[in-house]
Structures are given as structure tokens and as C-alpha cells.
Design a protein around this ligand. Structure first.
Ligand code: HXC
Length: 527
């Protein structure tokens, strides 16, 4: 008897081979499946692919290694299918410019890193280095895949090695979008910029339980390694975002200021502001009483095109401000002492923060504008014991080594060693300006008079009056920019209101600056 005819399947429009390819791709793209994806969303997190879509220009993502599979068969791994081995990798565009990206998929075994997973990340890092484009890592992982043992540790080390090889060659950005624990933290730490999300990102070497048993200290994931902790206390995190969407918007904004690699200059934007624009506000700041403090952000906003400033490390070491602005369309890195916090003095954290920023800008041909208002180094046993000598030297080293165009403006105080460090003429600032209210001296008048005239003041009939007279005398002689200008250490004393026009002209003049550096293997920065 003839078999009953089965209801006919709609005929595929694809050939069998294409059909097979599509099936394989679909399976690999499903990640950990709908249940785990729901759990991921319930935890306030996006999926690995949703993240890439939001980060990159529409329809620009080209995936590689979708069909890669796990290597290990130990501990039941032989019975498990791990789609794409828990990481989505490839290349795409941000505002039309190419980048490489990897995005760990927490729905696949907690985004844990096995050997194949590591090799996929290494491949896009290699592609990024060869193509000379930035590499962006979206991290959400339980760390080394325990079942893969040393293979997984080796995989991490391969990534670290590539992070170091790419350092200073292509910009590297990490976004921590979930857990990042143990040695896994060292890949983000080796990259140029780390983003974290309030409430969902956690970075730590040892977790709360291990800490409790080892030291007796109590903490939770958030207080130990959340975005607030790392952006204010440890300085590990450069940018905090309120949501993943906000994080990807910020990364896209940051990439705009950067070149693709160390052989290029950052792309200029269409100038959006009058290069000759004067600022009465800057005059008002310059005419303020010397003891009053002001927020240096006000100065930065007045100088920048359209008052736009992308601040890096905003909540960490707030006595120094670093970030990117545009000047007549060109990308410029800014380093500015902030008199609102610790009077703008340099301490360990400020020195390290600014040093790393100066080195980043120098690596990637981004000119440096330094705005100086510094009373010196922050005093204290804690600073001395903490290594202010060794760690403060990093900023000095970074400025001395930087060969990008360097323009400096002394706004008010530039005292002592901090005067030298803050891109002074002596360590090869190219063009150094000062406002008329600048005070450039070994130290402030009170301190100087008390040291120099201790016995004269003691012997005087009216010591307080004598001291004040001496302070006035010192102020007239030294608390000005003119002694420095007489020696040519300040190229020009400028009205504060003209600062924007002056620095734009200076950078334009320095645009093609080239410095031949001494050939050696590398220096020995006091790290
Ligand atoms: C294998 C892992 C894993 C790992 C998580 N999973 N981490 N599998 N290796 N490292 C798996 C879980 O078994 C689980 O699988 C799934 O991922 C989801 O994990 P959950 O624990 O259910 O998720 P959650 O409750 O959100 O907790 C997430 C977590 C936790 C905090 C990350 O999983 C965790 O503590 N994992 C271990 C973290 C860790 O100690 N890693 C090693 C760090 S040391 P199933 O199938 O059950 O759903 C390290 C060294 C690197 O990484 C050294 C480099 C030099």
C-alpha cells in the first residue's frame, strides 16, 4: 500500500548546503538560550549581541569565529555545547571608523574563559593591531573556566601579552558589564580606559568571602569592587555610566577624540566655535582675590570649543582634572590643577592620574594643554610613607618624555617643584604663557618670609607688622609672572580673556612639531 503523504514542508529557498550553514549559525547565535537571556535581562544586563549592536554603527558588525567550539572535554564539558564558546568577536565601525570588539556572553557558562574563548579574543586583538584600529572589550565573565584548568590561565596570559603589545600602538578600551574577578582584572587594567556601570559591574582580585577568612574584614561586592569604589578610591575606573546604553554612548564619544593608532593623528572635527572668542569670565577669575578658590572646570569650559569637555577619571584625585577638548576642531588633552580640591596641590593620586593621561596623549599624538594653579605638593606623613617621592616622580617623567606639542598656561600659583613638573619650559614645554595674576616662585610669601626672616621678625618691636611688611615686599618681588618672563621661562604674559585665542594659535603653530628621541631600549619610569 502506498504510504500516506506527509503534509509538505514549505520548500526552502536555500540550497541544502546554505541551509546547513544557517542552522549552524542560528544554533551558535542562540547563546545560552532564552531562559538565561531572560535572567541576564532580569539582572539589569544586556546580552552580548545587544551590547555590540548598541556600541557600533547600525549594521556594521562583522562577526568572526562564530562557529568556534570549546577545546576541553573534561568535567562533563564533552556533554555540553557552548555556543561560540561564550564570546562574540569581530569588527565594525564607530562613527564610520573601524574598531575591533569582543563581548563575553554571560549566558554561556557565566562567560567563563576557556582556551577557545581566549583564542577568539586574541584573534581580534591581533586583527586590531595589524589593521591599526582601536580594540574594545565588553567584559562579563566568571573568570577562568575552572574545568579547563591551566589552559584557561594560559589563555588569560596570552591576552595580557597582547594587551601589552598593543599598548601605545592602538587605543584599548574595556567596559566591565558584570563580574570581573581574580587575575581576569589585569586585562582591563592594562588597557587605556576602563568603563564601569553603577550597580552591575564588579572588579576585585579576591572576593568578600576570601577577604573575610583571610583578614576578617567584612564587605560586599559593591563596596569592594563596584563602580563607585573604583572611580573614587582605587582609580581603576575612568568612566562611570548609569546604564549600559549610557556606557556605549560614552565610549562612542571617547573614540571621537582618539586616532586609530599611534601612526595617525586624531581626526579634526569641523570647527564649531570662534577661535578668537574672548572671555570676560576668565578675566573675572584672574582678578579674584588670590586666596579665593575657583573651579578650574570653569576655565576649561571657557577655553574649549562650545564649552565641550570630556573628563577622564572625573571622581578620582579631583585636585587635578584631565580630559579631552576640541580647540578649533582639533583634539587636545588637558591637564589642570583644581584649586577647589586640596588647593590644587599635587599628591600621589593626582600625580599618577595625570602621568597616565600624559603618557596616553603622548602615545597617540594628542597635544597637551596644561593649566597650572598649584601651591606645591600636598604635605603629610601619609603621603611621604605612601611614596610621594617615587610615585610623584611619574608625572615629572611623563612630561619630560612627552614629545607632542605642549602648551602651558600658569593661571595663578606655580610654586616649588610643582612649578617645574607642570610642563614648565625647563622640561620642554613648547610655549608657556601666564596670566598677569600668576605667582611663580619657590614658595608662597608667608612661608618664604617665615624662613628667611625668622630672627628679624623675632627681634622687631612689632613682629606682626614687620612680618606683614616683609610679606608685602616678597609679594611685590616674587608673586608675579614677571621674574619668570624676564628669564624667558614664560614666553608671554597674556590677558586671561585671550587665553583661548592664544592657545589655539600656539597649537596651530606647533602642529608639525617633530622631536628626534635618543635611541635606547626604553627608559625606566619609576612605576
Ligand atoms: C566555570 C563558571 C565559572 C567559572 C561561573 N560559571 N563562573 N563555570 N568556570 N569560572 C558558571 C556557573 O557554574 C553557572 O553554570 C553559570 O556560569 C552562571 O553562574 P552562577 O554562579 O549561576 O551566576 P551568578 O549567581 O550570577 O554568579 C556569578 C559569579 C559566580 C559571581 C561570577 O558564578 C562565581 O563566583 N563564579 C566563580 C568566579 C571565580 O572565582 N572565578 C575564578 C576567578 S580566578 P550553570 O551551568 O550552573 O548555570 C580567575 C583567575 C584568572 O579567573 C587568572 C588569570 C591569570
Amino acid at each position: 500500500m502506498a504510504e500516506a503523504r506527509k503534509p509538505s514542508q514549505p520548500k526552502s529557498i536555500f540550497s541544502p548546503k546554505t541551509e546547513e550553514l544557517l542552522k549552524r549559525k542560528q544554533k551558535a547565535m542562540a547563546g545560552g538560550g532564552p531562559e538565561r537571556e531572560t535572567a541576564q535581562h532580569a539582572a539589569g544586563k544586556l546580552s552580548a549581541r545587544e551590547r555590540i549592536e548598541l556600541l557600533l554603527d547600525d549594521d556594521s558588525f562583522e562577526e568572526v569565529d562564530l562557529l568556534v567550539e570549546k577545546r576541553s572535554r573534561e568535567f562533563g564539558l564533552d556533554r555540553r555545547y557552548l555556543p561560540a564558546d561564550g564570546v562574540v568577536t569581530g569588527f565594525g565601525r564607530i562613527n564610520g571608523r573601524s574598531v575591533c570588539v569582543y563581548s563575553q556572553d554571560f549566558t554561556v557558562m557565566g562567560g567563563s574563559l576557556g582556551l577557545a574563548h581566549a583564542h577568539k579574543i586574541c584573534k581580534v586583538m591581533d586583527l586590531a593591531t595589524e589593521a591599526g584600529v582601536p580594540v574594545i572589550g565588553l567584559c562579563d565573565s566568571g573568570g577562568a573556566r575552572i574545568q579547563e584548568g591551566v589552559e584557561s590561565l594560559g589563555g588569560y596570559a596570552e591576552i595580557f601579552w597582547r594587551n601589552v603589545r598593543a599598548s601605545g600602538f592602538v587605543p584599548q578600551i574595556s567596559a566591565i558589564l558584570g563580574p570581573c574577578a581574580g587575575g581576569a582584572v589585569y586585562s582591563p587594567a592594562l588597557t587605556d580606559f576602563v568603563f564601569m556601570i553603577e550597580g552591575t559591574s564588579h572588579m576585585f582580585i579576591t572576593g568578600p568571602e576570601v577577604i573575610k577568612s583571610a583578614t576578617g574584614e567584612s564587605c560586599d561586592f559593591e563596596s569592594l569592587g563596584g563602580a563607585r569604589t573604583h572611580s573614587t578610591k582605587s582609580g581603576v575606573c575612568h568612566f562611570v555610566a548609569g546604564s549600559e546604553q549610557d556606557c556605549f554612548r560614552q565610549i562612542r564619544e571617547l573614540v571621537e577624540y582618539l586616532p586609530q593608532n599611534c601612526r595617525e593623528k586624531p581626526a579634526a572635527a569641523m570647527p564649531s566655535d570662534d577661535p578668537q572668542r574672548k572671555s570676560d569670565k576668565l578675566d573675572a577669575i584672574a582678578e579674584m582675590e588670590a586666596k579665593k578658590s575657583y573651579n578650574v572646570h570653569e576655565v576649561i569650559w571657557e577655553i574649549a570649543d562650545g564649552a565641550q569637555f570630556l573628563e577622564v577619571h572625573k571622581a578620582f584625585a579631583r585636585n587635578i582634572v584631565v580630559g579631552f577638548m576640541r580647540l578649533n576642531g582639533e583634539s587636545v588633552g588637558v591637564v589642570a590643577n583644581n584649586p577647589m580640591v586640596l588647593s590644587g596641590a599635587l599628591d600621589i593620586d593626582a600625580s599618577e592620574k595625570a602621568a597616565r593621561f600624559v603618557r596616553f596623549c603622548d602615545s597617540f599624538n594628542i597635544p597637551l594643554l596644561t593649566l597650572v594653579d598649584v601651591p606645591g605638593y600636598w604635605p603629610g606623613m601619609e603621603q611621604e610613607y605612601g611614596g610621594i617621592i617615587r610615585r610623584g616622580a611619574k608625572l615629572l617623567y611623563a612630561y619630560c618624555q612627552a614629545t607632542v606639542p605642549k602648551v602651558t598656561v600658569v593661571l595663578r600659583k606655580a610654586y616649588g617643584g610643582a612649578y617645574d613638573v607642570m610642563s614648565s619650559k625647563h622640561i620642554r614645554g613648547d610655549l608657556n604663557y601666564a596670566w598677569p595674576c600668576a605667582e611663580i616662585a619657590v614658595m608662597g610669601p608667608q612661608g618664604a618670609v617665615d624662613i628667611l626672616f625668622k630672627s628679624d621678625i623675632k627681634k622687631a618691636a612689632d613682629p606682626a607688622r614687620k612680618r606683614q611688611e616683609l610679606i608685602n615686599d616678597y609679594t611685590a618681588k616674587f608673586s608675579s609672572p614677571y621674574q619668570a618672563a624676564q628669564h624667558g621661562y614664560i614666553d608671554e604674559v597674556i590677558p586671561a580673556s585671550e587665553t583661548r585665542a592664544k592657545v589655539i594659535r600656539a597649537f596651530h603653530f606647533l602642529k608639525h612639531k617633530k622631536v628626534e628621541t635618543v635611541k635606547k631600549k626604553h627608559g625606566n619610569i619609576p612605576i
